[in-house]
Design a protein around this ligand. Sequence first.
Ligand code: TYD
Length: 137
Amino acid sequence: MGIDGCRLIHLPRISDSRGNLTFIEEGRHVPFEIQRVYYLYEIPANAERGGHGHKALHQLIVAMSGTFDVVLDDGRRRKTVQLARPDHGLYVCPMIWRELVNFTTGAVCMVLASSLYDESDYYRDYEAFVAAGRGQP
Ligand code: TYD
């Protein structure tokens, strides 16, 4: 599917004089079963996160606060998506190399994931990721 399989999902937002509320329901707003949630916070200036691909993991990435860029790469094409709203989620399908960069001070990145943490699902070497995407061992 490649990076065309990734897309921005507009999450519901309930607004009133007390502020905004956003919710995410499995099966309705995310196209996978949610088994894990993690978040990145207190990210130093110029720090870069990600820098890996996943064999089978589906994720939804949300900027809960602040702004950052997600660079998506399927081994053929590259695309940068800026996340800046807590009611937008970036769905990232399997076999995408991602880098998270340009975090603003105080940014919080929440990730919903389709399975528990499993290091064997990672590609941490870009060349190995590209080779695997081309069906090479
Ligand atoms: P890492 O993959 O480098 O984080 P990021 O994708 O944000 O760049 O993970 C940092 C460390 O945290 C690494 O030792 C693996 C561990 N980790 C877990 O134990 N559980 C998790 O759910 C995640 C995402 C990471």
